[in-house]
Design a protein around this ligand. Structure first.
Ligand code: FES
Length: 78
């Protein structure tokens, strides 16, 4: 979407808890990357991706928003 932007140039390492809903920012405007802070509303950009994991894990979440495997970094920021 044209109102989206890069939220960063590198992924953020996150400790994800099992069975908890996370809202990954898809628009790049959040100042709380990689998570949504509601900024997409004023930016008129895309809404967050809600996701959860079945087991606790460490993950690198995308901030550039170019990943083909959201919410995970796939190296597209390079
Ligand atoms: S602030 Fe980017 S999806 Fe909500």
């Amino acid at each position: 979407m044209e109102n989206n932007t890069r939220g960063g140039d590198a992924p953020v390492k996150c400790e994800l808890e099992a069975n908890k809903n996370y809202a990954w920012c898809t628009c790049g405007h959040s100042e709380n990357q990689p998570f949504c802070n509601g900024a997409h509303k004023t930016a008129k950009a895309t809404t967050p991706l809600i996701f959860s994991v079945e087991e606790e894990k460490t993950a690198f979440l995308c901030t550039c928003k170019l990943t083909k495997n959201p919410p995970y970094c796939d190296g597209s920021h390079n």
